[in-house]
Write a protein that binds this ligand. Structure first.
Ligand code: KIV
Length: 272
């Protein structure tokens, strides 16, 4: 049987250690898609962006632990090779390290995922340390943290001024010291993520964080053209599936109305 990538394997993919190729990561939430990308990516993140992409919510705040478990289980059971990380959703971990442990252990127990991700910088160092000392590998997430949308006032690029960049760099160091095995850096200038990556002994995974991170991550729905009309600057669309789906359904609807479907090949005949 194929061996799944462990946190140890992911740590070894740090580019500066062995001149490795960048780590390929994708956000994916369903069995159907996970099966298709099993052999193509190193990391699958079952992200709380599912609240927006597949549940149609305005932001990620409404996502629950049960939703993460349901989707996490589907993704784990339909893959064999990629490392699976599952997001801790908003309000499931912030209160205390103990609460974070309860949520993270439940998610890992019921999904079979290898690790969890939480959003936060130096203010979450204690929580990250608590989890990683108790058998829960943690992926960090700094820069733009979508769970802070209400305090930020929007999905706004972070770390643009000197002070803001220094804070991102400080956050990165604090969570590395606390024990994360890799760090997602979201929506920060390339110059800032370059400094973070250079000073980080573990892999950085960028989303809107430029070209020098140790790996890249995007949301599968975004790269496949399955999520509305808005495409953030840092996304590249590799397909236009929205369009394909609309065209296919329009053709089906037309054929039903014109009584072209079902055709002779789509009907059962009774035995004589
Ligand atoms: O939930 C998500 O899709 C994420 C990515 C933005 C990294 O956390």
């Amino acid at each position: 049987m194929e061996k799944r990538l462990s946190v140890r394997d992911i740590r070894k993919l740090k580019s500066t250690v062995l001149d490795n190729e960048p780590i390929v990561s994708l956000v994916c939430y369903t069995a159907q898609l996970a099966r298709l990308i099993n052999d193509l990516v190193d990391i699958i993140l079952v992200g709380d962006s599912m609240g927006m992409t597949i549940y149609g919510h305005e932001n990620t705040l409404s996502v629950t632990t049960q939703m993460m478990i349901n989707h996490g289980k589907a993704v784990v059971s339909s893959t064999s090779r990629p490392h699976i990380v599952i997001d801790l959703p908003f309000s499931s971990y912030e209160e205390s390290p103990e609460k974070a442990f309860r949520t993270a252990s439940k998610i890992m127990k019921f999904t079979g995922a290898q690790s969890v991700k939480l959003e936060g910088g130096e203010e979450f160092a204690e929580t990250i340390h608590f989890l990683s000392q108790r058998g829960i590998p943690v992926m960090g997430h700094i820069g733009l943290m979508p769970q802070r949308i209400q305090t930020l006032g929007g999905f706004i690029t972070q770390g643009k001024t000197k002070e803001a960049a220094e804070q991102v760099i400080k956050d990165a160091k604090a969570i590395v010291d606390a024990g994360v095995f890799s760090t997602v850096i979201e929506a920060v200038p390339e110059e800032t993520s370059k400094i973070v990556t250079r000073n980080s002994p573990i892999p950085t995974i960028g989303i809107g964080a430029g070209r020098t991170c140790d790996g890249q991550i995007l949301v599968a729905h975004d790269i496949l053209g399955l999520f509305g009309d808005f495409t953030p600057k840092f996304v590249k669309k590799y397909a236009e599936l929205d369009k394909n789906i609309s065209e296919a359904v329009a053709e089906y609807a037309r054929e039903v109305k014109e009584k072209k479907f079902p055709g002779i090949n789509n009907v059962f005949k009774s035995s004589k």
